[in-house]
Ligand binder design. Structure first.
Ligand code: NAP
Ligand code: HSE
Length: 431
């Protein structure tokens, strides 16, 4: 039987998951694929780290050249994360004639254009199924199964860490910090969790999905991003009282005005299907002009689901090596300098506002006066509780549809009023 040697760059959450999957399913894969896969080498940063997964010492190295220059290694999985040295290693491996698999959405979302171009030039396989949606096979579905469609829109919950935090806060009254700590311990968070919290990880992923869907490379720095780092438990609870659940959404659509691609926390009506996506689950809603609606759901972070996606790419790389069988669909290489992205300021939403104000007569009329001057119409309002000593009370308002630009101007003005004690919280409502 043919043996194909693989190397892993990284033995953290994902690397360990891939190693464990390989140990457990080597025989099964041998039967199904007809090839014996051998993990020959694993690159780590710190060789002295205790890892408890029983990898023989001779497989572990801190020398990238041992992998890159080994002619017997055909497939290399980059599972380190970060931009450098990951980007340089991916380039070096492609240049050395290796087939490359990566779980690294950050590097693809910023440098995908040049990496895809190099892979195409070298005629190499470049798999990135694990870069979006953990175990959900969304890349293969977008690139292959939905090729007959013009993708109209994508709406997703595509960050497991933030979805886990929002769920645990609302359902179990956990503080933000405690819920984040749990997400880190479970291996969902990035090495730098601010990427998750600020929405950047979701921006990396929607950049990849939008680039595949629309056929033009859309780097993540062009995407509007807001995270969940300023969300209070209070907002999750008030939203629920109004019949909404807060989720971190990633959205991409092509309209007559251009591409609307953004990441933001939003209030979703409780009967919206995405409100049932809890904990580290992800879901991606794709609308195609022929297929209609497709909803993909599964575990979006963690070592086992991500390892499942990496192994799917390893087997695709084997198929490519053995039969030169590679999806015809091209990578989104072209970075369009004139890319028309619609500014969020020009978009129209309904809004949730939470004002922190002193509790005295006339406060509400001052606020609604400013909103009225900016053409913002209120659909509901509640004051929750009474002022205790010198503190502030929250007043929560929902608005009718309004252009974002008006909202920004009105809130700037309101936050200057002497009755307002803290910056107003503002969330969009998705309907
Ligand atoms: P991680 O737990 O931090 O592991 C990173 C691994 O890479 C560690 O083994 C580390 O070595 C090694 N490494 C880092 N920099 C290195 C360098 N310069 N040279 C050699 N080795 C280096 O990260 P992870 O959670 O497994 O994530 C890996 C990648 O998968 C990231 O791109 C992430 O975005 C992506 N991803 C993660 C998940 C998830 O649920 N965690 C899901 C999908 C995709 P040491 O062990 O010696 O420190
Ligand atoms: N940190 C990422 C998340 C890992 O929480 O979704 C999966 O890409």
């Amino acid at each position: 039987m043919i043996r194909i040697n693989i190397a892993l760059l990284g033995l953290g959450t994902v690397g360990q998951g891939v190693y464990e999957l390989w140990l457990r399913h080597r025989e099964r894969l041998r039967e199904k694929v007809g090839v014996d896969l051998e993990i020959k080498k694993i690159l780590v940063r710190d060789i002295s780290k205790r890892r408890n997964i029983g990898v023989p010492d001779e497989k572990i190295t801190v020398n990238f050249e041992e992998i890159c220059q080994d002619r017997d290694i055909s497939i290399v999985c980059e599972l380190m994360g970060g931009i450098e040295p990951a980007k340089t290693y991916i380039r070096r491996l492609l240049e050395a004639g290796k087939q490359v698999v990566t779980a690294n959405k950050a590097v693809l979302a910023e440098y995908g254009g040049e990496i895809f171009e190099l892979a195409t030039k070298r005629g190499a396989y470049l798999g990135f199924e694990a870069s979006v949606g953990g175990g959900i096979p969304v890349i293969k579905i977008l690139r292959e199964a939905l090729i007959g469609n013009r993708v109209e829109s994508i709406l997703g919950i595509i960050n497991g860490t933030t979805n886990y935090i929002l769920t645990r806060m609302l359902e179990n009254n956990l503080s933000f910090e405690r819920a984040l700590e749990e997400a880190k311990q479970r291996g969902y968070a990035e090495a730098d969790p601010t990427l998750d919290l600020t929405g950047l990880d979701s921006a990396h992923k929607i950049s990849i999905l939008a680039s595949l869907a629309f056929g033009v490379f859309i780097p993540s720095h062009r995407i509007y991003v807001e995270g969940i780092n300023e969300i209070d438990l209070m907002d999750l609870k008030f939203a629920k009282q109004f019949g909404y659940i807060v989720k971190l959404l990633a959205e991409a659509r092509e309209s007559r005005k251009g591409f609307e691609i953004r990441v933001y926390p939003a209030l979703l009506p409780e009967n919206h299907i995405l409100t049932s996506i809890r904990l580290n689950y992800n879901a991606i809603y794709i609308k195609g002009d022929f297929v209609g609606d497709v909803l993909l759901y599964g575990l979006g972070a963690g070592k086992e689901p991500t390892a499942s996606a990496v192994m799917s790419d390893i087997v695709s790389a084997v198929e490519y090596l053995r039969f030169n069988k590679f999806p015809l669909i091209k990578y989104p290489l072209r970075e369009d300098k004139d890319l028309r992205l619609v500014s969020v300021k020009d978009s129209v939403f309904r809004y949730y506002f939470r004002f922190s104000v002193v509790d005295r007569p006339g406060v509400l009329s001052k606020i609604s006066g400013v909103l009225g001057n900016h053409g913002i119409s209120i659909s509901s309002v509640v004051q929750i509780g009474r002022q205790i000593r010198k503190g502030a009370v929250p007043i929560v308002m929902l608005t009718h549809e309004t252009r974002e630009e008006q909202v920004v101007k009105a809130l700037e003005e309101i936050d200057q009023l002497d009755i307002v004690k803290a910056k107003t919280k503002r969330l969009r409502i998705f309907e």
